[in-house]
Design a protein around this ligand. Sequence first.
Ligand SMILES: Cc1ncc(COP(=O)(O)O)c(C=O)c1O
Length: 478
Amino acid sequence: MKIPETGRAREEIFEALGRYRKNDMDWQSGRAFGYIFDPGQEILSFAKEVYNLFLSENALDFSVYPSLLQIENDLVSMMRKHLQGGQKVVGNFTSGGTESILLAVKAARDYFRKKRPEITAPEMVVPTTAHAAFHKAAHYFGIKAVTVSVDTKTFKADPDRMAAHITENTIFMAGSAPSYTQGVIDPIAALARIAQKHGIWFHTDACMGGFLLPYFKRLGRDVPGFDFSLEGVSSISVDLHKYAYAPKGASMILYRNPELRACQMFAFTRWLGYTMINPTVQSTKSGGPMAAAWAVLNYVGDKQYLAFAEKQLFAVEAIKKAIASIPELYLLAEPDMTLLSFGSDSVNVFHIIDEMNLKGWYIQPSLSFDGVPANIHLTVTLSNAAHTDRFAADLKQGVADAKKLPSGELLPHVRQIMEKQGEAILDDPASLFALAGIQGGRMPERMAPVNEVLDALPPLWREKILLQVTNAFFHPEN
Ligand SMILES: Cc1ncc(COP(=O)(O)O)c(C=O)c1O
């Protein structure tokens, strides 16, 4: 494509984009168990209206847009109360959970550079269930990530095991409330106590649960402590574009006090341009997501969020029941909120995913790792609530259909290629792509072969191959 000499007609542009969207996941179908937090038409169109109102406003400079400073401080004020933080708790609005986590890790690194300058090779200790964003942060900020296996029954971090991995270089530890894949809450109180004892930073990743868990507690669910009521918690990430149903690009990073948060920010004046002060990663930053998040929280209100929580709770119970009724399936762990994963010893989970996909459902694979076999993840949200019966019926059928398909046939071929070519395959993975059915930069109709090939590879190899695939995909044809 090149920039057209003269602008194209609006209708033509909408038509072209419509064609581009043809194969996108239908997020309004209520059949997506991932990526989507759909509050329904009414809230969504209101959010869009506010988003558009602030689309062009720029949070780059709070002296020029005091409205955005006020909006951001209001959001921090709402969320610190929600998470039992006192007046000293401060924070910022970010583009998403990953940015919030990146900032917490960066703040911890810079805090310890000042407090403990003798640490020159900092480390973080995280459980295997910690979101990949922590590893991204470690990669970006030059920190060694030490990953600790979780309890094999509960999938929760094991405090003793975590403690055993603390060294004199450890500056940071994290736990999730809840974890993404199995949706379980780590023993945050015990972990935060350990961190406090060792004088290190503790971060609660409440990107998924920070907004919803307080409502679950009010509904009588047993929700272990995870927030600022625990003394050892230094920072918390909580996403508004998840269970607060704000439009995408909305998360908060909160700190116990301004001294910790100060290490997150960046100011620069040693150049010939404007005075730059960036509290978060972005510099130019649209006011749209922040204003829309503010508006959605105010519009929905506490009572309706509580009702949403109840609806989601019923939905997850129905889904659990559906899984329990199919003998070939098992839950990996008892979920604490609305996220869960299930597996099978007798049916190839990648085929189940494809079969469900053919019926219009989006469910997500997790590859095998650290002794845990490949499994299927579901993030249950409001829009799924009306479709749980259909899901149960389709899952039953999907498992029956998947059972009839051949499984594991690619494994010997992958092993053979690995043995014959060794790591050289990583530089030229064409034979693996062919085995997986990736051709001409296109993914195959069924993803099972792709997932099976990936699953058979050691994780570091997977990553290298995935980078190659991505490099190929993000490449215009002309
Ligand atoms: C527990 C947890 N932390 C962090 C993230 C990252 O959030 P985002 O995708 O908004 O960057 C996610 C995303 O699903 C998550 O589940």
